[in-house]
Ligand binder design. Structure first.
Ligand code: SF4
Length: 701
């Protein structure tokens, strides 16, 4: 048998109902690459139709790909696939953790861990290479994720990586996460582990992850080329945010915030980030000053360093010194990125005490909220948690629905004063499922069910909730017109695809981006100017399909879609062209299987299509066009005084969007009437077994 490289060739199965622990050849799933692909295949094959997220029959698959642990830049993400309690149909969602857990799985010898069944009492899973045991977790149940990690590290040693749920997952809160190494997942999968009474997984391993024989030199060359010529900053923003002597362009929205006179102020001694131009590998990690970007200038003197996931040169997590947190019973340290820092402010709906959304009060609020959310294991649903809270508070619904005693016990005065101490109560009441308040963390669909919010809630302008799948707007029509909108219709949770966003937001002038669009998707017309859209065309459909397929590919090989793909670069000498074949180059060197860009994109299409079939199976209908791919009215009704496709509006035209959906289905070879993959398409992609199962369920178009 040929030597397996990149992958470990083994997956671990743990059945918590029976206590059985076994391993299996993971290469039977090789066509699905790893990560998300493995997860969806196992779920589709093994979890019966009609299963709900918190049922014993649901499975949760933690999986990574052939890049994980090899050192491919930004390959430290871990993919989780399971049915999700946040989704109205309990359809499957992908959620992703950063941190170190995925590489640690590979070092222990596993491409995937499949959690099956449910324990009767709290347990944790201990994995040390081939030795796997189910341990009693009664002493851990009720603890936050940090204390849980610390307790398990005392048992396994500090070199162990621990993924755990907090009290929110234990109490089956819909918006609950799984957390490792200060990185959290999304999608309600914390509650799935809670339903299985699995508090945590501690893992350590001593194995290497080899790449293909004789390819070390090519690997180093490719890595050097990537670091010196191709990679930019977080989100593959390839121009600096401020003008710099070496840079032809700059863009204030860029996450490339490193600049002269900007410091990691709490480092000893302070470190100046400098101009960090392309061409020097050591400067890549200084470009993304997310503390400054996410939290404002006040963060500069509090930044210890930039941190992040295993193997990532970008470092998008800001480690901050925040002694003020001690007042709230926490250590004086915060680390996170992006929405986890910004969403606590959306909960403080009366603003901060000093009224400044970028001042010190906002900074403390964000750091405190992110610490509490991660420790309790609560997911913000891209700040929809705050928007839902705002809606039910301001519309008097909380007062009406909560028992009077419970309502009166909430310290509303803290909220009114903008005191961040309100967050202590907010998160605790949700995570501990005290009274009825926790419903604010049900997610839109279930919150509506619980409290009968009705049409006004769904139409409420501040909410921007996306269709029947009940997630918030996230890079939709405002980001790439039809392309962003089409990407949203695939999803069962928020559209966590950054493939198109990274390109649109790269910071280059629109003329340059349009040239690149012409080279990658066949015409500059694939890309509209911001706020100046044109009607649908076939190139936009190709752009949308490519974005989705790369997204699923990234979540399967596994690299961070928060930074990949490399559609453009910061190199003027390359005329800002990126390299969309780098995934295939690394894949060939890691696995020893010579693979072209087109072949890898086909694998991405296979996984996208499989995930689509998974959704059909869960929803029990073939007609996704009518039941799933529904675009909310606000996309078409915005700016009533303006017509679609006139400058200054991002609104789209309803009829034209139907044309767009049909074009996308055609690109995939899906049935135009229902949006379901046909048997011919499934067989073209090597998924006859998937077609057979859907046919047996009467779910083929
Ligand atoms: S860009 Fe950020 S989220 Fe992505 S791998 Fe790097 S540190 Fe992790």
């Amino acid at each position: 048998m040929a030597k397996i490289t990149g992958w470990t060739g083994k997956l671990l199965r743990v059945n918590l109902s029976t206590g059985s622990i076994s391993t299996q050849d993971s290469m039977k799933y090789k066509d699905f690459i790893g990560g998300s692909g493995f997860g969806h295949k196992i779920l589709f094959d093994e979890v019966p139709a009609g299963t709900k997220a918190l049922d014993e029959a649901n499975k949760l698959i933690i999986a990574v790909g052939p890049f994980t642990g090899t050192g491919v830049p930004s390959s430290g993400r871990t993919n989780i696939v399971s049915l999700s309690p946040t989704n109205p149909y309990h359809a499957a969602t992908d959620s992703h953790m950063g941190g170190n857990f995925g590489p640690w799985m590979k070092f222990a010898g596993y491409d995937a861990i499949v959690i099956e069944g449910a324990s009767k009492s709290p347990v944790w899973l201990r994995i040390e290479d081939d030795k796997v045991t189910i341990e009693d977790a009664s002493g851990l149940w009720g603890k936050g994720t940090r204390d849980t990690s610390a307790e398990i590290a005392k048992i396994m040693g500090k070199e162990a990586c621990v993924a755990s749920i907090g009290q929110a997952g234990e109490n089956l809160i819909n918006l609950s996460s799984i957390v490792n190494s200060n990185s959290h997942s999304a999608g309600g999968h914390g509650a799935v582990l809670g339903s299985k009474k699995l508090k945590a997984i501690g893992i350590k391993g001593t194995k290497a992850v080899p790449i293909a024989d004789g390819k070390a030199e090519d690997w180093l060359k490719l890595n050097d080329y990537f670091m010196k010529e191709i990679v930019g900053a977080n989100n593959q923003h390839v121009v600096p945010s401020t003008p710099q002597p070496w840079a032809e362009y700059s863009d204030p929205g860029s996450r490339w915030t490193g600049q002269k006179d900007l410091f990691w102020g709490a480092a000893e001694p302070p470190v100046e980030t400098g101009e960090c131009p392309p061409g020097n590998t050591n400067w890549v990690g200084l470009r993304t000053q997310k503390g400054f970007f996410d939290l404002g200038p006040v963060a500069e003197e509090r930044t210890i360093r930039m941190d992040g996931c295993h193997s990532c040169p970008i470092r998008c997590h800001s480690d901050m010194l925040v002694p003020e947190l001690e007042k709230y019973g926490l250590s004086g340290y915060a680390t996170s990125t992006c929405i986890n820092y910004s969403s606590p402010l959306s909960i403080m709906i009366k603003g901060t005490a000093d009224g400044d959304s970028k001042g010190m009060d906002a900074f403390i609020t964000k750091c405190l909220g992110s610490r509490l959310a991660d420790d309790y294991g609560i997911w913000s649903n891209y700040a929809q948690l705050g928007r839902d809270f705002k809606y039910v508070y301001e519309h008097g619904i909380l007062k009406e629905k909560l028992p009077k005693e419970e309502y009166d016990s909430i310290p509303w005065d803290l909220l009114e004063k903008g005191d961040p101490a309100f967050l202590l109560e907010f998160y605790k009441r949700i995570a501990l499922k005290q009274g009825e308040f926790y419903h604010v963390a049900d997610g839109p669909y279930w919150l509506d069910k619980a409290w009968n919010l009705g049409k006004d809630y769904w139409a409420y302008k501040g909410n921007n909730i996306w269709s029947k799948m009940a997630f918030p707007k996230h890079h939709s029509n405002e980001a790439g017109s039809h392309v962003g909108t089409l990407i949203q219709i695939f999803k069962n949770r928020d559209a966590n695809s950054h493939t198109h966003m990274n390109f649109i937001g790269a910071g280059l002038p629109i003329e340059v981006l349009k040239e690149v669009a012409g080279e990658v998707w066949g015409s500059p017309d694939a890309l509209d100017k911001p706020n100046d859209y044109t009607p649908m065309n076939i190139y936009k459909a190709k752009f949308a399909k490519w974005s989705m397929d790369r997204n699923y590919l990234h979540d399967s090989i596994t690299v961070c879609n928060y930074t990949w793909p490399m559609t453009v670069s910061p190199s003027k000498s390359r005329n800002y062209r990126g390299d969309t074949a780098i995934e295939a180059k690394f894949f060939s060197l890691a696995t020893g299987i010579e693979t072209t860009e087109a072949e890898l994109d086909l694998a991405g299409e296979r996984i996208t299509t499989l995930a689509r079939c998974e959704t059909i199976k869960r929803m029990g209908t073939v007609n996704l066009r009518k039941e799933h791919d529904v675009i909310p009215d606000w996309v078409f009704d915005a700016d009533p005084d303006k017509k679609a496709y006139t400058p200054g509006t991002v609104k789209l035209d309803r009829k034209d969007m139907e044309t767009a959906i049909t074009m996308l289905y055609k690109e995939y070879g899906w049935d135009e009437k229902t949006g379901a993959p046909t048997r011919a398409t499934l067989e073209r992609l090597g998924m006859k077994d998937v077609a057979d199962q859907l046919e047996s369920l009467k779910l083929l178009p």
